[in-house]
Design a protein. Structure first.
Length: 147
């Protein structure tokens, strides 16, 4: 294998190990809170994004009418445009920061008035810089989605 494939495999294995460890911690501590579940979902979607799994990232977008977009009932061209935007975002991050190497959960807070959870994630870039982002998460039919 080449170095890029080795790094990709190591990154995927590291993410799987982190997810398993997180799930074990949650299981040993009792029932996970909505904030913990929303945080894990948000991190998972962004892990898909940085690994080039754009369709899986798109699956994490809230598709309810209240979110202002409809993907499943909308046109295929709109979904294609979103996927192109995600690809371009990753290309831009690669060019400007050496790519996103890791996504970390910082914290989560419930906004009881708006009925969603703000998940704070840190994007760790290849050039050693970090950026904190806020991902509003909403639960729909038992699944956490990005608002």
């Amino acid at each position: 294998m080449n170095k890029k494939a080795d790094r990709s495999l190591i990154g995927i294995l590291g993410n799987i190990a982190a997810l398993v460890l997180s799930l074990l911690c949650l299981a040993s501590c009792g029932t996970p809170t909505p904030e913990e579940m929303a945080s894990l979902a948000a991190k998972g979607y962004y892990d898909h994004l940085i690994h080039g799994e754009y369709e899986k990232f798109l699956e994490g977008v809230d598709q309810s009418e209240s979110a202002g977009i409809t993907i499943s009932g909308g046109t295929a061209s709109y979904s294609a445009q979103l996927l192109d935007n995600y690809r371009q975002f990753i290309v831009d991050q690669q060019e400007s920061h050496g790519g996103i190497r890791e996504v970390r959960i910082v914290q989560a807070h419930t906004d009881s008035l708006q009925k969603y959870i703000n998940v704070f994630l840190t994007l760790c870039f290849g050039d050693s810089t970090n950026e904190e982002i806020v991902v509003p998460m909403v639960e729909r039919e038992g699944h956490w989605r990005m608002r």
